[in-house]
Design a protein around this ligand. Structure first.
Ligand code: AMX
Length: 432
């Protein structure tokens, strides 16, 4: 058995019996109460799911297996120039709860390279779509089309034991993650570069090869991809893309079907599509003001106008966070180090000064601070990746790492079909 799978199997077996014993002894202990506001308010804050790979604190932000983003940047094995963390290492950490060594990360890189062949019919399925199909739609079609290769579906069909579900889920996860950069780069090149595709370079790491296939070979862009694909990977289980993957997976749909469902959730403007909306909003603002360097007063007026027209300010606010998102801050740090003085980045930083007090003054916005999506577009634009309808695909390639590692855990821990209770307003009224 491969070393990661072996480690995962040992850890999962141990935790599964621990959970069994805990449930036996404390199964009826109460952890939450549900208010009417939560029933009507998108189930905010209700504790009702287990997600081992990461946990979100409203003030501190995300921790992956206990490690904050600055700690990950320090401790995870890095790319060839030793600057930014390799997402392969984060995947290892999320799956088995240990920071991997350089050798272990190199092993993941090589595994993924060896599993990265995309079936020919996936390219054909993509080529059958109109070229202006939204890249996220192409992405979910491509992921679903690879389901024909699911190990889980094949073994289920053959009559696999419940105790072994985790094994083909792990195999599907490794194969799927390995293929995503090729699929995502294919979508980019077909949509924006006349189908002029770039062959993979398997000597590069997962992010470096992705950057290469996008057509961006600079060392700095490769570093941006390493950071980007690390920080977008997971945000505990309740966000829409994670929760959707989890819900669909709980029906024993395999990793391909579960991830493509999760990606459809990521494609919504209140979730992952916000990264395209942010840069679109900034470009529209610059065009309408007729300058690349607006003043804070000009930005404030544009923000007020956006709000007055009944729209949200994209990249600001969060369902859980109550402070600037550490993923925003990590990208700000990257910009300060690599591209200080860039016009669009300067605009993003001015917006960071201007928007929070305005949102606060509305009195209803629970979190006036920027989220991950407020910064990412400006970095991509700097390196020439200006086609913003593509941005959520980058988010999706990264998000796959967390939601699929979590899917492996869900099957290993024997989690059941998810089925919360719904009620009617008539029922609610009868209780008051
Ligand atoms: N601009 C204007 N109004 C906002 C706002 C923003 N950025 N964020 C929240 N509000 C409004 C809400 O629309 C809501 O108004 P309503 O009562 O009139 O309907 C009110 O403030 C209360 O909302 P909330 O409890 O603070 O937020 P929420 O948990 O319901 O929603 C989120 C969270 C992210 C959907 C919301 O902040 C938003 O729409 N932000 C802009 C879109 C965005 O950046 N999404 C990306 C989030 C991160 C991610 O998933 N990638």
């Amino acid at each position: 058995m491969d070393p990661l799978k072996q480690k995962f199997s040992e850890k999962a077996t141990a935790l599964r019996s621990e959970i069994k014993a805990m449930l036996k002894e404390h199964g009826d202990k109460r952890f939450d109460e549900v208010t009417l506001k939560q029933i009507y308010g998108g189930a905010r804050g209700i504790k009702s799911m287990v997600w081992e790979t990461s946990q979100l604190d409203a003030l501190e932000g995300i921790r992956f297996r206990g490690y904050s983003i600055p700690q990950l940047r320090e401790q995870l094995p890095k790319g060839p120039d030793g600057k930014e963390p390799r997402p392969e290492g984060l995947f290892w950490l999320m799956l088995v709860g240990e920071v991997p060594t350089d050798e272990e990360v190199q092993w993941v890189t090589e595994q993924w390279a060896s599993r990265s062949e995309v079936p020919e019919h996936t390219f054909k399925a993509l080529d059958a779509l109109p070229v202006d199909t939204h890249p996220m739609t192409q992405f979910t079609v491509a992921i679903a089309s690879m389901q024909s290769e699911s190990e889980f579906a094949r073994r289920y069909d053959e009559g696999i034991s419940k105790n072994d579900y985790w094994d083909p889920t792990y195999e599907d996860t490794m194969n799927l993650v390995a293929r995503l950069p090729r699929v995502a780069a294919y979508i980019y090149r077909r949509t924006f570069h006349n189908g002029d595709h770039i062959a993979p370079d398997k000597s590069l790491d997962w992010s470096g090869n992705f950057a290469h296939m996008l057509g961006k070979d600079s060392a700095d862009f490769q570093n941006l991809m390493r950071l980007y694909l690390t920080i977008h990977a997971d945000h505990e289980g309740g966000n829409a893309s994670a929760h959707t993957t989890h819900l669909v997976g709980s029906t024993l749909s395999d990793a391909y079907l579960s991830l493509s469902a999760g990606m459809n959730a990521l494609a919504g403007p209140l979730h992952g599509l916000a990264n395209q909306e942010v840069i679109k909003w900034i470009f529209n603002m610059l065009e309408s003001l007729g300058t690349q360097r607006p003043t804070k007063e000009q930005i404030a007026k544009y923000v007020e106008d956006t709000l007055a027209s009944g729209q949200v300010i994209p990249g600001y606010g969060h369902a859980v966070l109550r402070k600037p998102d550490p993923r925003f801050m990590a990208q700000k740090r990257f910009a300060e180090e690599y591209i200080k003085g860039d016009d669009v980045v300067e605009v993003v930083w001015k917006i960071f000064d201007v928007v929070p007090p305005i949102l606060q003054s509305l009195g209803k916005v629970k979190n006036p601070w920027p989220n991950v999506d407020a910064h990412s577009g400006a970095l991509l634009v700097h390196y020439g990746l200006k086609e913003y309808s593509y941005y959520t695909v980058l988010f999706g390639v990264s998000r796959a790492l967390g939601v699929l590692a979590a899917l492996c855990w869900s099957r290993a821990l024997g989690f059941p079909l998810e089925r919360p209770k719904s009620v009617t307003t008539e029922w609610v009224k009868a209780q008051l």
